[in-house]
Ligand binder design. Structure first.
Ligand code: BT5
Length: 324
């Protein structure tokens, strides 16, 4: 099957942009015209823009933009982040691969990027919708010399980097909803999942997974999230280069991470709060031990959310889903 697809793509490469008839393609690939048609539909689903004209046949107008190593490396301005790139077209989850590579000793700054995830994951075993070619599905391996309770700070650092990268590349102004959602106009455009490999009191590796909706159209989202999710293309009104976003995100993340290791969390906290949507607002935090409602006061030095309940008592929330 994929052999057939390769033959078809090679035929289009040779045709140099000319139309190829279904009959001719069927001969080249050694299959039926129905099989050719089916493969053209598959290519469309994978992001190819194909023109089909009666009596002339097919031609490929646009190939999907990929994010394999070369596109990311060309023009990357970081010292160590993204200097090792592990790319795969389709994976279950980039987090899973990152865990394996981290355990095998991958250097700090290694990134894992895929054009599609078939089992992308969110927090608490939730699913993350990661369709082919239209988003950024990326995991970063960091190895800070820190005790495990500091790990949530890395989620907040990544959130700031994501906001800055979106601003740099698109001019859109996203906001952060504690702890790990990046929103544009109340809708989620990016989710962050931070996972740990720790030995007793030291972090061995921190794996930051970033899922960013880039070029999806409204109809591409599954029913469950059609009301709550958005993409940069929907918000900007045009497609956005995934490679440019990844480069900017890695550059911003590296800068923030260096600042953090150098000066501590405080400068990050100030930046984070300047982008946060919920500070000073009434929110409800859904936690595993119940719901708390009140005013979000801000985050502590450790990145813990502080909520003041109506009776004036203070709640410290370590992990929750927030409703505005
Ligand atoms: C997150 O979880 O937001 C973390 C998502 C992290 C995804 C990245 S992609 C690269 C790396 N590899 C992985 O396998 N994962 C990471 P959470 O806060 O639990 O939000 C999950 C919820 O968001 C789901 O239950 C849906 O309601 C919603 N959702 C799922 N896919 C979405 C999408 N593409 N856009 C917006 N919302 C989505």
């Amino acid at each position: 099957q994929s052999d057939l697809r390769k033959k078809l793509i090679d035929a289009f490469t040779l045709s140099g942009g000319d139309f190829l008839s279904g009959q001719r393609l069927a001969e080249i690939a050694g299959c039926s015209r129905t099989a050719v048609w089916k493969h053209m539909e598959d290519l469309r689903k994978d992001g190819f823009i194909i023109e089909a004209v009666r009596k002339k046949g097919y031609r490929i107008l646009e190939v999907p933009e990929k994010v394999s190593g070369d596109e990311i490396s060309l023009g990357l301005k970081t010292d160590f982040l993204g200097r090792q790139i592990h790319y795969e077209e389709s994976v279950e989850s980039t987090q899973k691969i990152a865990h394996r590579l981290a355990a095998d000793g991958a250097p700090e700054g290694t990134i894992i990027v895929a054009d599609e995830q078939t089992m992308g994951r969110g927090r608490l075993g939730r699913r993350w919708h990661s369709p082919k070619f239209s988003g950024i599905w990326l995991s970063v391996i960091l190895r800070p010399d820190l005790p495990p309770p500091k790990a949530p700070q890395l989620t907040l650092i990544a959130a700031v980097a994501v906001v800055q990268a979106i601003e740099d590349v698109t001019g859109l102004v996203p906001q952060i909803k504690w702890p790990n959602d990046i929103l544009i106009g109340q809708k989620k455009v990016t989710g962050i999942l931070t996972e740990l490999q720790a030995e007793s009191d030291r972090i061995n590796a921190i794996i930051i997974g970033i899922g960013m909706n880039v070029n999806q159209k409204a109809a591409d989202f599954p029913e469950e999230i059609i009301e709550t999710a958005t993409s940069l293309a929907i918000e900007a009104g045009h497609d956005v280069s995934r490679a440019a976003l990844i480069q900017s995100m890695l550059y911003r993340l590296e800068k923030l991470y260096k600042t953090y290791l150098d000066k501590g969390f405080y400068p990050i906290k100030l930046l984070w709060e300047s982008y946060a949507i919920s500070i000073g607002k009434k929110i409800t935090a859904r936690t595993l031990s119940g719901d708390f409602s009140g005013t979000a006061l801000g985050i502590t030095e450790d990145g813990v959310l502080m909520i003041e309940e109506s009776d004036g008592s203070l709640r410290y929330v370590y992990s929750a889903d927030i409703q505005l």
